[in-house]
Design a protein around this ligand. Structure first.
Ligand code: FES
Ligand SMILES: [Fe+2]
Length: 383
């Protein structure tokens, strides 16, 4: 399949733009090309609200975590005043990276010439160098990244002109209200590094109900899911691809496992099923009757990503003496299905290198993938 010279020209995507029933998936190059990926970084990731973590992961002053949003390194740190701030993870002296991983710190010290920053980002020490007109501490604090929070869920945006987070999320806060999102605590986050696939394949896979009996035939599909109904294209004002699956019990457990009681505040259809709001571009949530699990996609290039899977429970459950024991089957289920999905998208990535347009159509079970592909095109193509 020959890649055109101007990838952002809408004329190459007419087959994707058709109604879902007649549409083709994105062309292969959207999953393999460095040039296309560069367009996504510039026109999409650098313009939108990117989920980066949850306040319960950094509860104390000095707690920090580091992330890379399509290569852009950031630090998220809680200050002595309790505020959570985000900064570019790049020293104001000569640009070295300052922090790695997650943890707690008294201050952030650059490893190169040990310039040191307080927990609120202010420059406080430059060993061997005097503060003078050329080195003015007040001007040389860590550069902030715009950060906004919904009920503890933290998002950053590199575009100062972007509309506020709540506009991005639209109906999501109201729709999730009966789960009590403000009461959720992140209890485990597991990262699969270096998955050899384009990030969009994982987003599509999460929204593709067709693969479940095949990829997860020995695991997930044993769960008794009755009246399974995917209500695609529900009216939704936010930047999300959403679906709801009706079933009995918790979707976060394998068949035969037992866990926590349902969240008592749940209302209406949410008492029997799972609500899957996938926040564009790269955060997929699954709110089920007793907990939340959340997939984070961290693209590291056109053909690689890290996938993190985070588990959340209502705060009162996390205080139980038997919490660790009762949470085990929830983690076990994720540990089983994630490698299965990783294998599936890696095989798909390899196949997309065929020099022909083998990838030809979506079916009626994949309309959410089609909606996602078109959302990507809306942002990346020339107006
Ligand atoms: S680059 Fe950080 S102290 Fe020099
Ligand atoms: Fe899957």
């Amino acid at each position: 399949m020959t890649q055109p010279l101007n990838l952002s020209d809408p004329k190459h995507y007419e087959a994707v733009r058709r109604p879902a029933a007649e549409a083709a998936p994105l062309p292969n190059w959207c999953y393999t090309s460095a040039q296309w990926y560069a367009l996504e970084v510039e026109r999409l990731f650098m313009k939108v609200w990117n989920y980066i973590g949850h306040a319960s992961q950094i509860p104390n002053p000095g707690d920090f975590l580091t992330r890379e949003v399509t290569g852009a390194p950031i630090i998220i740190i809680r200050g002595d005043d309790g505020e959570i701030r985000a900064f570019h993870n790049s020293c104001r002296h000569r640009g070295s990276r300052i922090a790695w991983g997650e943890g707690n710190c008294k201050a952030l010290t650059c490893p190169y010439h040990t310039w040191t920053y307080a927990r609120d980002g202010a420059l406080i020490a430059t060993p061997l160098i005097e503060q003078d007109d050329h080195i003015c501490y007040a001007d040389l604090g860590l550069l902030p990244v715009r950060l906004e929070c919904w009920e503890g869920f933290l998002f950053v945006n590199f575009d100062d002109a972007a509309a506020p987070l709540m506009q991005w999320l639209g109906d999501l806060p109201e729709t999730c209200a009966s789960y009590g999102p403000a009461n959720m605590v992140c209890t485990r986050r597991k990262v699969y590094e270096g998955v050899k696939a384009n990030w969009k394949l994982h987003f599509e896979n999460f929204n593709d109900s067709l693969h479940i009996p095949f990829v997860h035939g020995g695991t997930l599909n044993r769960q008794n899911v009755s009246g399974r109904a995917r209500r695609t294209h529900e009216e939704f004002s936010g930047q999300c691809v959403v679906h709801f699956t009706q079933h009995k019990g918790s979707r976060a457990l394998l068949e035969g496992e037992t866990g926590f009681p349902p969240i008592p505040s749940l209302e209406g259809r949410y008492r029997e099923g799972t609500w899957y709001p996938c926040i564009l571009p790269a955060t997929m949530m699954a709110w089920t009757v007793d907990c939340l699990f959340l997939f984070e996609l961290w693209p590291t290039g056109p053909e690689s990503l890290d996938v993190a899977i985070a588990s959340f429970f209502p705060e009162e459950h996390t205080r139980r003496d038997d919490f660790a024991e009762l949470a085990k089957p929830y983690y076990r289920r994720l540990d089983v299905i994630l490698p299965e999905d990783n294998d599936a998208v890696e095989a798909q990535q390899q196949g997309l290198h065929a020099p022909v347009a083998a990838s030809s159509r979506y079916t009626h079970m994949e309309t959410l993938c089609h909606a996602f592909d078109n959302w990507v095109l809306d942002r990346v193509l020339d107006a």
